[in-house]
Design a protein around this ligand. Structure first.
Ligand code: TPP
Ligand code: MG
Length: 525
């Protein structure tokens, strides 16, 4: 007899889902019973950290890690990070434990009567199978939905007494299924798009996370070079789609209407690839684009295309379309854009400017380092200072939900053992995912955590100025000693208040083969 548990592990094997992230409760133990040796279980101490590790892992590998969480309370605790997972389009499959079937209606302890409803606005799919016989098929459905474009999280809740039930003769047919997600622009649709681009005199590219997620960075470079077009990164970027060292790299677009229109004015065609149009944050209203500018948009996410307020969109796979466009469009000669040079900030006696931190990181980190960033007021400093060249060099909370960065760095390092992960995390952000330090220590992932301790929610200071709000409480963050916190979780840590100290600390950190944390004293500029 094959049990539902055995068939489920076989299904997970079929999909390469042998790495699981979790935090167990009593409802999950029958699923984890006799845990197979070819599977790895990465434990987190808090469901937000568990999901963030899995999200980071999924973004690097492009596969679906299984996330095993406790019923309502556990799954609910993960939902802040789940908001990011939706926007990062990570195909994470969350499996929540449920009480025994017969007793759920009585609302006994740790039963979840509305289990399928709980994460529903955020997940692409959420279900609790109506019968044990439908468990394997429902999990397969969740895996397939999570992995179809646009990818995203899916959720299943399974009563714990289902796992030891027998499967039937049809279960292997479900386990063995393969699903291919394949659509592309037809030749005539591609010709129409190429003709739009050929007709423009001064096209500009705006690139988004789908480019990095589909590993089509090199084709984005080929297209930019063929058109002599500057390449901007779309606002609020969760990934880095274009080498920041390339002469055509123009910079990061600001997350507001007027700022984008100003920077793109003078271009008769804006070509947005793999990004929403646009993910604004700050309120600076105006016309979406200057008169005389038009926009074409290529994305593989129908929802993004439907909600865009302007521009003509092509729903198409980003990698295939970029590669074919780079072959097809007529080459243009345009002068390389002049990029504004950043004047680095000056340190104080006992605190560094964030520019110094990022400059020293760039200098001492390996060239192919992976940057995970959750430091909200220092985005301009980071993007103006750090050099990133290859695919998969940058990850950040896709929906701006704090608690992603620190644990995601652990998942990203686990998925990427051949590259070094540097996690630059604000002192405010760090606390939302701090338990990730324990997982880093236990897994011995050699992440270099740099906490930018400016003793404040710097982004709130900036927003207070922008919104003309005064005396808002709870902006300062005094009294958190990250060296001691890290040591408590088992991660060796040291303090750096000057550039010289930071250099020494980072040199030691990069020489270590385990995780390290540096508390870098900075000030909010
Ligand atoms: C889960 C969550 N809660 C609250 C916020 C609101 N928020 C945005 S930025 C920020 C401050 C982050 O401070 P820090 O990490 O120290 O970076 P700094 O702004 O100082 O550079 C907060 C609380 C959020 N984005 N996500
Ligand atoms: Mg701060």
């Amino acid at each position: 007899m094959t049990t539902i548990r055995e068939a489920t592990y076989e299904l997970l094997r079929q999909h390469g889902m042998t790495t699981m992230f979790g935090n167990p409760g009593s409802n999950e133990l029958t699923f984890l019973n006799e845990f197979p040796e070819d599977f790895r279980y990465v434990m987190g101490l808090h469901e937000g950290s568990v999901l963030a590790m899995a999200d980071g892992y999924a973004q690097v590998t492009g596969t679906s890690p299984l996330v095993s969480l406790h019923s309502a309370a556990g799954t609910g605790t993960s939902m802040g990070v789940l908001a990011n997972t939706v926007v990062s389009k990570s195909p994470v499959v969350v499996l929540s434990g449920q009480q025994v079937r017969d007793m759920v209606g009585q609302e006994i302890m740790v039963a979840s009567t509305e289990a399928a409803q709980l994460p529903k606005p955020l997940t692409k799919f959420s279900a609790e199978p109506l019968s044990p016989k439908d468990v394997v098929r429902t999990i397969a459905q969740a895996i397939h939905i999570a992995n179809m474009h646009p990818k995203g999280p899916a959720h299943i809740s399974v009563p714990y007494d289902d796992w030891d039930q027998p499967t039937d003769e049809n279960t292997p047919l479900t386990v063995q299924r393969r699903v291919v997600d394949a659509t592309a622009l037809s030749e005539s649709q591609l010709a129409e798009l190429a003709a739009r681009i050929d007709a423009a005199t001064s096209p500009v590219l705006v690139l988004g996370p789908e480019v990095d997620a589909t590993h089509s960075n090199a084709d984005a470079v080929r297209l930019a070079e063929r058109l002599g077009a500057p390449a901007w990164i779309a606002p609020s970027p969760p990934r880095c789609p274009f080498p920041t060292t390339h002469p055509l790299f123009a910079g990061l677009l600001p997350p507001n209407v007027a700022g984008i229109a100003e920077l793109l004015s003078g271009h008769d065609l804006v070509i947005v690839v793999g990004a929403p149009v646009f993910r604004y944050h700050h309120d600076r209203p105006g016309r979406y684009l200057a008169e005389g500018s038009n926009l074409v948009h290529i994305s593989q996410d129908p929802a993004e295309i439907a909600r865009a307020p302007f521009g003509d969109s092509f729903l198409a796979p980003v990698a295939d379309t970029l590669a074919r466009l780079a072959e097809t469009v007529v080459p243009k000669e345009n002068p390389a854009p002049a990029r504004a040079e950043r004047t680095p900030g000056v340190d104080r006696e006992d605190r560094m400017h964030p520019d110094t931190v990022f400059r020293v990181i760039t200098e001492l980190a390996p060239d192919d380092a992976v940057h995970v960033v959750e430091s909200t007021s220092t985005a301009d400093s980071f993007w103006g200072t750090v050099r990133m060249e290859s695919q998969g060099s940058y990850y950040s909370a896709a929906a701006g939900g704090l608690g992603f960065g620190l644990p995601a760095a652990v998942g990203i390092q686990l998925a990427n053992p051949q590259r070094r992960v540097v996690a630059s995390i604000g002192d405010g952000s760090a606390n939302f995912g701090i338990t990730g330090l324990w997982s880093a220590a236990q897994q011995n992932t050699p992440v270099v955590f740099v906490i930018l301790r400016n003793d404040t929610y710097g982004a709130m200071v900036n927003f207070n100025k922008r919104l003309k709000t005064n005396n808002t409480p709870s902006v300062d963050l005094p009294g958190i000693d990250f060296v001691q916190v890290a040591a408590g979780y088992g991660v060796p840590a040291e303090l750096a208040t000057t550039e010289a100290e930071l250099r020494l600390a980072l040199t030691r950190a990069f020489a270590s083969d385990g995780p390290t944390l540096i508390e870098a004293r900075t000030f909010h500029d």
